[in-house]
Design a binder for this molecule. Structure first.
Ligand SMILES: *[C@@H]1O[C@H](CO)[C@@H](O)[C@H](O)[C@H]1NC(C)=O
Ligand SMILES: *[C@@H]1O[C@H](CO)[C@@H](O)[C@H](O)[C@H]1NC(C)=O
Length: 183
């Protein structure tokens, strides 16, 4: 019962929000000891108007306490605060240290994608004493194909049937006496 509810909620969540997985293939070789932008890769991501979206600028770097590495996003050459003027688009920076390498990640989160986002060049900038690198990403409207919509609809339908079957069984098992009396 709880499992099917969780599945149902998960499906609803995945319909309403599209998440961009950025940990896949990096676009640069980690050759030198200078910071490298691993993502974005001057590419495009797809999103639906009104959906949530997260794009992470991922930078490989050797973190030294004395060297400051700035990582930030620009929207058509404007700072994100100036572009969004609200909390619709926000930036969150995290640093992850692993054994041999460290990553700086700045996540650009859209609480709701708007049509105007499709015309903007979102640029991730990395600045330090050593380097000045940038890499952009464009958001493009997602074309939801009829086939994928059908699969989603089927999934939702199956979940609803599953949930109602469970609810029915649950209710039935709670009131076995009523059924006995009705017979
Ligand atoms: C942002 O820049 C792109 C070209 O890079 C341009 O087509 C678009 O109109 C610009 N959008 C705004 C809101 O200035
Ligand atoms: C991406 O575009 C920027 C210019 O906006 C350029 O400096 C950079 O080298 C490009 N990166 C890749 C991986 O092509």
């Amino acid at each position: 019962m709880i499992v099917s509810l969780v599945v149902f909620i998960f499906i609803c969540e995945s319909i309403s929000s599209s998440k961009v997985w950025t940990l896949s293939v990096p676009c640069c070789n980690m050759s030198d000891h200078v910071p490298q932008i691993l993502y974005p890769c001057n590419n495009t991501v797809e999103a639906l108007v009104g959906s949530k979206l997260e794009i992470t600028c991922r930078v490989w770097a050797e973190l030294h306490p004395t060297v400051e590495i700035l990582v930030y996003w620009l929207a058509n050459q404007s700072y994100i605060e100036d572009y969004s003027k609200s909390t619709r688009v926000t930036e969150v920076r995290t640093e992850r240290r692993e054994k041999k390498s460290s990553y700086i990640e700045v996540q650009l989160s859209f609480s709701e994608v708007k049509i105007k986002d499709f015309e903007i060049n979102f640029l991730c900038v990395v600045l330090s004493d050593e380097i000045d690198q940038e890499s952009f990403v464009f958001i493009r409207p997602a074309v939801s194909s009829v086939a994928s919509d059908f699969v989603v609809a089927l999934f939702v339908l199956i979940s609803i049937i599953l949930v109602s079957t469970c609810v029915y069984k649950f209710v039935k098992s709670k009131h076995p006496l009523n059924y006995a009396i009705l017979k």
